[in-house]
Design a protein around this ligand. Structure first.
Ligand SMILES: Nc1ncnc2c1ncn2[C@@H]1O[C@H](COP(=O)(O)OP(=O)(O)OP(=O)(O)O)[C@@H](O)[C@H]1O
Ligand SMILES: [Mg+2]
Length: 237
C-alpha cells in the first residue's frame, strides 16, 4: 500500500529581500520515506530547508504538511507539529554538554525523561559515552549526531537534514548514515536530506530529487543513484 503524503510543496517561491531563490518548487515526500535533494552549490537547497521549517518566508505557493497548509506558520509552530530541522553546520551549543544540548531540544530544564534518553542513545550510542562532555570539544561527526538527537528528543514525524555529511570523515559518514537508516526503519520517522556527498546519498536515500536554480529538475529512483556518471553530472559544479 502506498503511504500517505506527509509533505508537499506546490509552486513554492521563497528567497531574500524580495528576490526569489525558490522559483516554483514542487516536491512530494511520503510517510516513512528517506528522500534526498541534491544539487550544486548555491542552487537553493538550504533556502528550501529554511523555507520548509519557516525561517525563510514563502512569497507564494504552498507547503502542505500532514494535509495542512503550513506556509504561514512561524517556525516554532511547525516544530510543534512534528517537523525537526538540523541546519547546515549543525549549530550545537558548544559550551553546553551533550545532555544539556538534548535538554534544550526537549525544551526542558534539567533531566530528560528516561524513555527519551533511551531512544536517542539507542539511535546514536556514541552520545552515551559523551553525555557530560561539552559539545564544542567533540568531532564533527559526533556533533552532527548530537544535532540530530537534539531534534529527535522532541519526537518529530519528519526530520529535515541540511548536508549532514559536511566536514565529516568518510568512514564516520557511513556510520551516521547507518544510524539514521536504522532510526527510520525502527521508528518510521520520515527523513528529507539535502546532500552533495554521493556516499551519504547512496547509504541513505531511497530516491532523490535534483535541484537547479530554485526548481526540481529531475526525480531519480534508487537504481539511478548507482549511476555514477549521471549522479556526478547532477552534482558537478
Ligand atoms: N541570508 C541570505 N540573504 C541573501 N541571499 C542569500 C542568503 N542565503 C543564501 N542566499 C543566496 O541564495 C542562493 C541559494 O543559497 P542556498 O544557501 O540556499 O544554496 P545551497 O544550495 O544550500 O548552497 P550550498 O551547497 O553552498 O549549501 C545563493 O545565491 C545565495 O547567495
Ligand atoms: Mg546549503
Amino acid at each position: 500500500m502506498r503511504k500517505e503524503v506527509i509533505l508537499a510543496t506546490l509552486g513554492l517561491r521563497a528567497g531574500y529581500g524580495g528576490k526569489p531563490v525558490l522559483q516554483g518548487l514542487e516536491l512530494e515526500v511520503r510517510e516513512g520515506e528517506i528522500v534526498a535533494v541534491i544539487g550544486r552549490n548555491g542552487v537553493g537547497k538550504s533556502t528550501l530547508m529554511k523555507s520548509l521549517i519557516g525561517l525563510v518566508p514563502a512569497m507564494s505557493g504552498s507547503i502542505v504538511y500532514q494535509g495542512e497548509a503550513i506556509e504561514q506558520l512561524p517556525a516554532h509552530k511547525r516544530a510543534r507539529l512534528g517537523i525537526g530541522y538540523v541546519p547546515q553546520g549543525r549549530d550545537v551549543f558548544p559550551r553546553l554538554t551533550v545532555g544539556e544540548n538534548i535538554a534544550v531540544g526537549a525544551a526542558i530544564k534539567g533531566d530528560i525523561p528516561e524513555d527519551g534518553r533511551r531512544q536517542v542513545l539507542e539511535a546514536f550510542p556514541i552520545l552515551a559515552e559523551r553525555w557530560s562532555q561539552r559539545a564544542g570539544t567533540m568531532s564533527g561527526g559526533q556533533q552532527q549526531q548530537l544535532a540530530i538527537a537534539r531534534v529527535l528528543i522532541a519526537g518529530p514525524n519528519l526530520i529535515l537534514l541540511d548536508e549532514p555529511s559536511e566536514g565529516i570523515q568518510p568512514n564516520i559518514v557511513q556510520e551516521i548514515a547507518q544510524n539514521i537508516v536504522e532510526l527510520n526503519r525502527k521508528t518510521g520517522v520520515t527523513i528529507m536530506l539535502v546532500e552533495q556527498n554521493l556516499d551519504m546519498i547512496r547509504a541513505m536515500a531511497q530516491r532523490c530529487y535534483v535541484m537547479d536554480k530554485g526548481r526540481i529538475v529531475a526525480s531519480l529512483d534508487r537504481d539511478a543513484l548507482n549511476d555514477e556518471t549521471e549522479m556526478r553530472r547532477h552534482l558537478a559544479v
